[in-house]
Structure formats: C-alpha cells, structure tokens
Write a protein of this length. Structure first.
Length: 239
C-alpha cells in the first residue's frame, strides 16, 4: 500500500478518536453539574423542611405567649370574683371566666397540635438530612471519579495529538490539505474503503476497471468519482 495512504488512514483513525475524546471532555462538566443539581434538589427539600419547622415553632411560641396572657387574665378574674358585691357582677364575672377558660382550652389544643406537627417536621428533617448526606457522599465520589477520568482522557488526548502532529509532518502538503478539506465537508471521513466494487463512504458503485486498479495498483492513490474521498482497499481474509 502507498505509504502516504497509510499515513492518511492512520491520521483519520487518530482524528476520529480525538473527536470522541473531545466530546467526552465536553460532556464531563455537564455530568458533574447534573449530579450537583440532583444534590441541590435534596438540599432544597431539607431547607424546606427546616423552614416549615421554624414556622411551626414561631406559631407555637406566639400561641404560648397568648396562653400566658390568658392565664394571667384568668387569674385576675378569679381574684376579682372574690370582691364582687352583686349577683349581676358575679354572674358577669363567671361568664368572663368561662369564656377565658374556653380560650385557654382551645389554645392548649392548638399548641399540642403544633407540637405534633413539629415532631413530624423534625422527623422529616432527619430523613431529608440522611438523604442529603447520602447524595452528597455519592456526588463527591462520582465527582472524584469523573475528574480522574477527565485527567486520563486529557492525557490520552495529548498523546494522540502529538502522534497526529508526527503523522502530519510525514504527509505531502497537497495531500494533507486535500485530507483536511474532505474531512471538513465529509463529516470527518476523508478516507473510505473500497469493497465489493463500491465506495463505502457514499455507497456508489465503482466502475469494475477502477475497482480492479485500486486492488492491484497499490502505489497509486485513487479517489471516489462521486464523493471524492480517498479510497483504500483491504483484502478479505478469504482472499
């Protein structure tokens, strides 16, 4: 096979591999960010649970202060009850005391309800925190793995680019320009295999004479008459 053609084939294989690695590198930050977003969603759920707990705490303390005021008021009424002089005043005071006791009872029930809700919220916080801690552990582990892989891929990429530069130095200038032009307009495939009297780059049927020349005249470089890709022939195992 023509030495220049061998260089072109090797160059194309390197370019394909380099494109794959470039794509992997470009996707890795997105992969990390996706993991981070999943972790952030769990943190938001934990923050929401904490906020709910704080709201319940604030509401409970407010009602406890109201309860203290009512109890103070009730104690005052009970004291005043001892000093009333008429039945009407006594009846009115008993009515006030009864209403105050009802308010105290209602507030106590509300405070107990808030205590129960806080316990539920606290349990939820515990569950959400465990989830966050687990997600964070997984995130950090995956981040380390991806970053290690990124380092390896970049190392491989540097080696391939160095190898690629070496091959480009060995190619004839005009042939290298042709390769780059074809690679640009043929989606990265400038060199195609000729097989079964066809160009596998564009699948067009080749003239039998041309196909025979590609098979036998190994020192020449042939091009597909349709897509203009540079053609090579590879013997089958049964040939």
């Amino acid at each position: 096979m023509n030495q220049q053609l061998e260089y072109l084939m090797a160059l194309q294989e390197l370019d394909i591999r380099i494109r794959i690695l470039d794509n992997e590198i470009s996707l890795m930050p997105e992969e990390i960010e996706k993991l981070r977003q999943g972790f952030q969603k769990e943190e938001e759920a934990l923050d929401s649970a904490k906020k709910k707990f704080d709201e319940l705490e604030k509401e409970r303390r407010k009602k406890e202060r109201s309860l203290e005021d009512l109890e103070t008021k009730l104690a005052k009424y009970n004291t005043q009850l001892l000093s009333v002089k008429t039945n009407k005043e006594y009846t009115t005071m008993l009515h006030e005391i009864e209403e105050c006791k009802n308010e105290v009872s209602n507030l106590e029930e509300e405070i107990l309800r808030l205590f129960d809700q806080q316990e539920d919220a606290q349990s939820l916080i515990k569950v959400e925190k465990q989830t966050v801690d687990e997600k964070k552990r997984i995130f950090e582990k995956e981040k380390v793995r991806i970053e290690a892989k990124l380092t390896d891929v970049k190392g491989e990429l540097n080696g391939l680019e160095s190898e690629r530069n070496d091959i480009e130095q060995k190619l004839e200038e005009d042939l290298l320009k042709e390769y780059h032009k074809l690679s640009k307009f043929r989606r990265g495939i400038a060199v195609a295999r000729a097989k079964d009297c066809s160009c596998l780059g564009c699948t067009i049927k080749l003239m039998p004479q041309l196909f025979q020349e590609i098979k036998t005249e190994e020192d020449r470089i042939f091009r597909c008459p349709n897509c203009h890709r540079i053609l090579f022939y590879k013997k089958e195992e049964n040939e």
